[in-house]
Design a protein around this ligand. Structure first.
Ligand SMILES: [Zn+2]
Length: 285
């Protein structure tokens, strides 16, 4: 029963669209009065990134000035990164780009980075793709410092890996330095990939399985999303929280459960005009 008591140790934030200047994300966080947020370190659709030391300096200063706790800031890595790519030069470019983004995270004094697992592009088997992902992650962890690589579950769309907890667990089991690996559960993706989260009972079943298979110690972030598509649609279509095939129960369940305290809970919902009311609603339930 204790798990269902209303608790206040929740850090709800927003994923901001791409800003050329990193520091502008901190200004937005202040505007929304949140201490958790997510953002793109560079243009998510470009390989080449130019980082500006002044921008990093401003980001750090503003976090300090606004008293924003770095523990709840989780950048989203570039969409181009595919750590399971069957194409050798794309795989190398992906590894290099993620290393670069982790380097910037360290400069920004951030501890987490969110990433999609990878895509086999229908050119190799899922198992071979998972092997590429494991090798890429181990190499990147060995050649970077501090930051925890947070793997996000996929909606089961296209040829993306990570549409079930078993695949994510297989990857974690093969990571040599487990202090540098974590998981982000996206509610909309889980629903689309075939995990029913529409009732308290189904939420219990899903997160019990998560705890047994992977463990809450690896849960480093949550993406709160509704779904514009039906259960098991295998489509990645985010919606607002309160107008979705997913329903509302999952959000009550997360807000009243101790296991989601002290991690960033990030809205990736589709309508920025609703963000404030969605946050207020979550804190009210
Ligand atoms: Zn997400």
């Amino acid at each position: 029963m204790n798990n269902y008591l209303k608790l206040i140790n929740k850090n709800i934030g927003i994923h901001f669209k791409y800003n050329l200047n990193l520091y502008k994300n901190v200004i937005l966080a202040k505007k929304f009065n949140i201490n958790a947020f997510s953002f793109f370190i560079g243009n998510p659709l470009k390989w080449n990134k130019n980082f500006n030391i002044k921008d990093i300096y401003k980001f750090n200063n503003l976090c300090k000035k606004f008293n924003i706790n770095n523990n709840y800031i989780i950048p989203h890595s570039s969409y181009l990164i595919n750590l399971g790519s069957p194409i050798q030069n794309k795989l190398l470019k992906s590894i290099n780009l993620l290393k670069q983004e982790i380097y910037i995270c360290n400069k920004l004094k951030l501890k987490l980075i969110n990433l999609h697992l990878g895509n086999h592009l229908n050119l190799i088997t899922e198992n071979k793709c998972i092997e590429n992902i494991i090798n890429s992650l181990n190499f990147i962890i060995k050649n970077t410092k501090n930051v925890i690589l947070v793997l996000e579950n996929s909606a089961g769309n296209g040829n993306y890996i990570g549409y079930n907890l078993d695949q994510i667990n297989d990857i974690i089991l093969s990571i040599k330095d487990k202090s540098r690996i974590g998981v982000c559960i996206d509610t909309g993706h889980a629903f689309a990939s075939g995990y029913d989260l529409r009732s308290f009972n189904s939420c219990d079943i899903f997160f019990d399985y998560f705890d047994k298979k992977i463990g809450f110690c690896y849960l480093k972030a949550i993406h709160l999303n509704g779904s514009r598509c039906k259960y098991f649609s295998k489509k990645d279509k985010h919606s607002s929280l309160l107008n979705s095939f997913l329903g509302n129960n999952i959000f009550y369940w997360i807000m009243r459960n101790n296991n989601f305290n002290n991690i960033p809970i990030i809205l990736e919902t589709s309508n920025p005009n609703l963000w404030l009311s969605e946050i207020n609603w979550l804190y009210s339930i």
